[in-house]
Design a protein around this ligand. Structure first.
Ligand code: GYE
Length: 327
């Protein structure tokens, strides 16, 4: 982009930043030195979970001014329409790169074609998009959600064998890769283990409040179950609160399986409240930074990068593992 255009765009950006209350951008640029920064627009899903907040912080720390970046973050409050608007604003502002953490998989073609037409590389993080056209993004970095669920199911098979198991399933946002992969993994487990029974399934939108609400409601209905398969830690926290409020002991009366492995959840693995937590690593900031550095040098970047992840139960977790965690 021509420098003069970029300056006007930055002025517009300054005004927008002042107007947008939902936006978590840092103070608006005021001097000419910003021409030296790499301008990045990050369309973030929201702030629904601890995972998400750790992800945002990681991006802010890596794409910082000290590292030569100017980062605009738009919080979409879990709404795809807001993300589409944010991307259009980034294009209008003439950013150098767009980072997209997509809410759901479908429905991105039109706006990403617009970014492509404007010549702005798009880096996708965390969840994936579904599109026939893989030229709509430059690189993706994230987790193998199906594999995470397979890991959880394997643990359940090892611990319950062919015993009867009544399962409550708290799903994430329907249509997001994290929900799709984790649900597919559990469904395969249900098929392969005829003694397992799905007694309840609904979405808790990856939030603690919704997780608690759902479990409270099914306890009030008198539903009996042995295990809660929560598709993230925050829903597991909500479920644990609901169980405790009803006089039940998580870990003894009900087995909890969760995903993310945030630090607070790993404390619960140590105390036995969460039986098994499969890691989902949110620290994508430095990974994205590396991709941008390569693109700046004109080097090729991998199309897809899956992050290495592990899983924890009371037998395998150690204090050192917890202390070395960045989230
Ligand atoms: O597991 C959940 C968050 O997409 C991997 O979204 C992410 C998921 C994560 O809200 O906590």
């Amino acid at each position: 982009m021509k420098k003069s255009t970029k300056k006007i765009s930055l002025l517009l950006l300054a005004l927008c930043t002042l107007c947008l209350t939902a936006c978590t951008a840092s103070p608006a640029p005021t001097d000419e030195t910003y021409d030296d920064f790499i301008l990045v627009g990050f369309s973030q899903v929201g702030a629904e979970s601890d995972w998400r907040n750790a992800n945002t912080k990681s991006m802010q720390a890596a794409l910082s001014e000290e590292n030569g970046y100017r980062l605009i973050i738009d919080d979409a409050q879990q709404k795809q329409e807001r993300q589409i608007t944010a991307i259009r604003n980034f294009i209008h502002q003439g950013v150098d790169y767009i980072i997209l953490a997509p809410t759901t998989e479908k429905g991105w073609d039109t706006v990403l074609l617009e970014a492509k037409a404007a010549g702005i590389p798009v880096i996708i993080v965390d969840r994936m998009i579904e599109s026939e056209d893989d030229t709509l993004f430059t690189s993706w970095i994230g987790s193998d959600f199906r594999k995470e669920a397979n890991t959880a199911v394997r643990w359940m098979e090892q611990h319950f064998g062919s015993k009867p198991l009544r399962i409550v399933h708290l799903q994430g946002n329907i249509g997001s890769s994290a929900q799709i992969g984790r649900t597919e993994g559990l469904d395969a487990g249900l098929q392969n283990n005829p003694s397992w029974q799905l007694v309840y399934r609904d979405t808790g939108d990856f939030t603690q409040a919704k997780g608690q609400e759902l479990v409270e409601a099914l306890l009030a209905d008198g539903l009996e179950f042995d295990l809660i398969f929560a598709e993230n830690d925050n829903m597991a926290y909500g479920a644990i609160d609901a169980l405790k409020n009803a006089g039940l002991t998580p870990g003894r009366d009900v087995t909890i399986i969760s995903f993310d492995a945030n630090r607070a959840a790993l404390e619960m693995v140590i105390t036995g409240e969460i039986a098994y937590d499969v890691e989902c690593n949110p620290l994508h900031g430095p990974r994205v930074q590396k991709i941008i550095e390569k693109l700046e040098k004109g080097e090729a970047t991998p199309k897809l990068t899956f992050v290495e992840e592990s899983a924890f139960d009371a037998d395998t977790i150690t204090r050192e593992m917890m202390d070395s965690r960045g989230y």
